[in-house]
Ligand binder design. Structure first.
Ligand code: DHE
Length: 515
């Protein structure tokens, strides 16, 4: 009866079963999450943005709320059956597919501090190049740590579900974050302030910042676009991601800066192409056809600057990595089991190699080994770290891991590469691999039974910081470990700390860090 009255009040048919959660949503959730589910002060609630949230977690969030956020629990107002129905409904697509236009992007931009209005020197006493930026997923915050004393200088609310590595300007002053539901934020590390935000889409993969600090590129899966902005997050252009004919749109798998090439390179999920977008004003013109089939003079050349140069592939590429001279990109083939190597100058695939499972190439790291450079990548499916020689493009070792894992990290001045096994029963243990022998060297279990994942080093490489990837109330912490003695130095409570990023290592592109 209650439902009938509610349905009548809301003008929603209560006879059709599916209308009930929709009505509950409008009554209880729409004011924060938007009647269209695209988010207002609460995050978007679309299947795309909920990909990483398991349904039981969603039910728990609706029932109990989310600590330290405005998300209150509904256990006292809704019976569990309604909560379950509501959670289930959130995973169904919105019809028609929501749109996000260039105008939406432009009007979403908020400038909290105008460029030039804040001091140009660090407003704290700590080495600005040895700060750590720590993403805490539990309470949607970011912490800024002094990397010498391992103390917080700031802890500020972030957009919901930041994902991917934040990206820094080359001087280390600004850092850019992307949230899964399309927000890009710019934070001033000298003044410890978020200075600008913009929503570039409804579902975003990651952001890249140009090596000259002038451009920010955001890669979306919804809508299928790449958004180019200046460093103040003012949109420059939105590029529709599709094949040459324009009849097959594609999600972007990832976009990265290729500094020495003065370009962004993007891998596309749904079409077999790799894209390069030059930010060099002197870039050569682009003939708008595949390199294999256009005839000189027939195609009209576009300016090479800020336009797309297509590289045709046989199969679309997932995540990828560059070799040190940025001449080649190596990426996992979408179907798994193989990696393809693409020469970005010749614009052709130059090698293909079998690799086990699904390597997480974007989280790979490189180091010098026996006269060559190797790329080691964690594996999302198999208990193995693949080591690939970047000269011969052969897999030269498969190091047995403790289980499938997400991340690898090292530092130029430490002998070990640290790997997690966060998707296995050994999720509480990090494996240390000897970079000189490619053999397992040691293990560390900083908190038995709790997930240990993602390592970052301080600027000198003397300390490693490991995430205990749990809620703060459940032992979530940053564990600071002496990288030589492997002894714990300090433990700082943190709320599900995800990634940590040291300004020096990221801006200097230390060989132990990923993109
Ligand atoms: Fe990530 C980086 C892709 C799921 C935490 N992840 C990246 C990058 C890519 C990627 C392409 C590099 C972007 C960059 O740094 O600019 N991640 C994917 C996936 O395809 C996958 C498997 C599925 C998905 O839903 O997207 C996935 N990632 C996850 C998670 O479930 C993790 C563990 C938790 C979360 O917060 O979503 C996760 N991914 C991370 C982190 C980084 C990352 C912490 C940055 C690592 C770094 O050291 O730079």
């Amino acid at each position: 009866m209650r439902r009938l009255i509610l349905g009548a009040l809301l003008g929603v048919s209560t006879l059709a079963h599916a209308a009930e959660p929709a009505a509950l949503f409008q009554q209880h959730c729409a004011s924060c999450h938007g009647a269209d589910r695209l988010g207002i002060m609460g995050p978007a609630l679309l299947p795309e943005s909920l990909e990483r949230l398991k349904k039981p977690e969603a039910i728990k969030t609706i029932r109990d709320g989310r600590a330290a956020t405005q998300m209150q629990g509904f256990a006292d107002r809704l019976p569990i059956a309604d909560i379950e129905a509501l959670a289930g409904w959130l995973y169904t697509p919105v019809e028609p597919t929501p749109r996000w236009s260039e105008a939406d992007t432009a009007t979403s931009r908020v400038v909290h501090f105008a460029p030039g209005s804040l001091p140009d020197t660090p407003q704290f006493k700590a080495d600005p190049l040895n700060l750590f930026v720590v993403v805490e997923a539990g309470n949607s915050t970011v912490s800024i740590l002094d990397g010498d004393r391992f103390e917080r200088l700031d802890r500020f609310p972030s957009k919901f579900a930041l994902h991917g590595g934040p990206k820094f300007t080359p001087d280390g002053r600004y850092v850019f974050f992307a949230s899964r539901d399309g927000w890009v934020s710019k934070y001033d590390l000298y003044n410890l302030k978020t200075v600008a935000e913009i929503r570039v889409g409804l579902n975003t993969r990651n952001v890249a910042v140009s090596a000259d600090g002038r451009f920010v590129a955001a890669a979306n899966t919804l809508p299928r676009t790449i958004v180019l902005m200046d460093a103040d997050l003012k949109p420059i252009k939105t590029i529709a991601v599709a094949n040459l004919k324009g009849d097959q749109p594609s999600r972007v798998a990832a976009i990265y800066d290729a500094g020495p090439r003065k370009s962004f390179v993007a891998a596309l999920r749904d079409i077999p192409e790799l894209w390069e977008i030059s930010y060099d004003p002197k870039a050569e013109p682009i003939h708008d056809g595949y390199v294999h089939d256009f005839k000189m003079g027939e195609a009209i050349a576009k300016p090479g600057y800020l336009n797309v140069r297509r590289i045709p592939l046989e199969e679309s590429m997932e995540d990828f990595f560059f070799d040190p001279p940025y001449r080649n990109a190596i990426g996992a083939a979408r179907s798994g089991g193989r990696a393809q190597v693409v020469n970005l100058d010749a614009r052709v695939k130059v090698a293909e190699l079998p690799v086990a499972g699904m390597p997480h190439v974007g989280s790979g790291i490189t180091w010098a080994y026996e006269g060559t450079t190797v790329l080691a990548t964690p594996n999302l499916r198999e208990s193995v770290i693949s080591v690939i020689d970047l000269k011969s493009w052969r897999e030269i070792a498969q190091i047995p891991a403790l289980g499938p894992g997400f991340f690898l990290r090292s530092h130029s001045s430490t002998p070990y590469a640290w790997a997690d096994a966060m998707m296995s029963p050994k999720k509480d243990t990090m494996l240390l691999i000897d970079k000189a022998t490619l053999k397992p060297a040691s293990t560390i279990t900083p908190a038995p039974g709790k997930t240990a994942a993602h390592v970052e080093f301080d600027r000198s490489g003397r300390h490693a910081v490991v995430s205990i990837w749990e809620r703060e109330t459940d032992g979530g912490a940053l564990v600071i470990i002496d990288a030589k003695t492997l002894k714990e130095v300090k433990r700082l409570p943190a709320d599900k700390p995800v990634g940590k990023y040291n300004v020096w290592n990221k801006t200097q592109k230390d060989e132990g860090t990923s993109h």
